[in-house]
Design a binder for this molecule. Structure first.
Ligand code: IPE
Ligand code: IPE
Ligand code: MG
Length: 251
């Protein structure tokens, strides 16, 4: 018998490019649960999560998705045990080093959103190097949310706007939604069209509260280490079949 790969990429020829989301955001959850089910320590879940990340980044590139935003570490995740956090920081540093050539090959432009405080210098150094190397890339954008919290982002935006008013650069009456957009970490990026969350939880966990206002939400029971091309296609197919009204009426 001929061996076939267990998860061959099935293609997405049934969904024309204009029906596909331009920007996909993902809450990559369930690494710990996956590891527990395998009888492994939680950190093994994170290690396997990196393999999913690689798969999804490559597949989004093939599908012509303009931007992928991934929730890697929330500002609330600092509540976790130091050993797990140390491991996550090591993984982050390693990812930035090991994936660099692949990212450059795929012409990906990296962005990072979140606060730098708390991230070890070693990891920051590798992040900055990748940011610098990919700055001129013209391909898909990969935005990594690291030490990210939407409420912290809004606080930072309000502070920046207040400073602008204080210095006379901004006028209170001329503050609009666009002004707020322009002061978020995501300034200049398009809004997510599709939000995927793995591991079944029906919540946003402080992710992109402003930017997800009209995103379509798709949740799978599968954990992040189990996430593959076929599931990504399923989410995109489901998205393509929905009607987005943005508060208006169906045509
Ligand atoms: C997501 O998986 C990864 C991070 C939040 C860093 P979890 O570590 O939250 O896995 P569960 O939710 O405990 O299974
Ligand atoms: C959200 O997952 C954060 C990331 C995926 C990085 P959590 O596991 O932290 O979310 P909660 O605690 O279940 O809401
Ligand atoms: Mg979790």
């Amino acid at each position: 018998m001929v061996e076939t790969p267990s998860n061959p990429p099935s293609g997405l020829s049934d969904v024309p490019p204009e029906k596909r989301p331009r920007h996909i955001a993902i809450i990559m959850d369930g690494n710990g649960r996956w590891a527990r089910r395998q009888g492994l320590p939680r950190i093994e879940g994170h290690r396997h999560g990196v393999a999913s990340l690689r798969r999804v980044v490559e597949e989004c590139g093939r599908l012509g998705i303009e931007q992928l935003t991934l929730y890697c570490l929330s500002s609330e995740n600092w509540k976790r045990p130091p050993q797990e956090l140390d491991f996550l920081m090591q993984l982050l540093e390693q990812y930035m080093i090991e994936e660099r050539s692949g990212i450059l090959r795929q012409n990906i432009r990296i962005s990072v959103i979140g606060r730098r405080e708390g991230i070890p210098d070693r990891a920051l150094k590798q992040i900055d190097k990748t940011l610098e190397l990919t700055r001129e890339n013209t391909g898909p954008r990969l935005c990594l949310a690291i030490n990210y919290g939407a409420r912290a982002e809004l606080v930072d935006a309000v502070r920046a706007i207040a400073r602008g008013v204080q210095s006379g650069r901004l006028d209170v009456e001329s503050i609009t939604e666009q002004t707020i957009d322009d002061h978020l970490y995501t300034a200049g990026m398009i809004e997510p069209d599709l939000l995927i969350r793995t591991a079944g939880e029906m919540r946003l966990s402080n992710f992109l509260l402003w930017q997800l206002s009209y995103a379509e939400i798709w949740v799978t029971e599968k954990t992040w280490p189990e996430f593959d091309e076929a599931l990504l296609h399923e989410a995109i197919r489901d998205y393509a079949a929905r009607t987005r009204r943005f508060g208006g009426l169906e045509e």
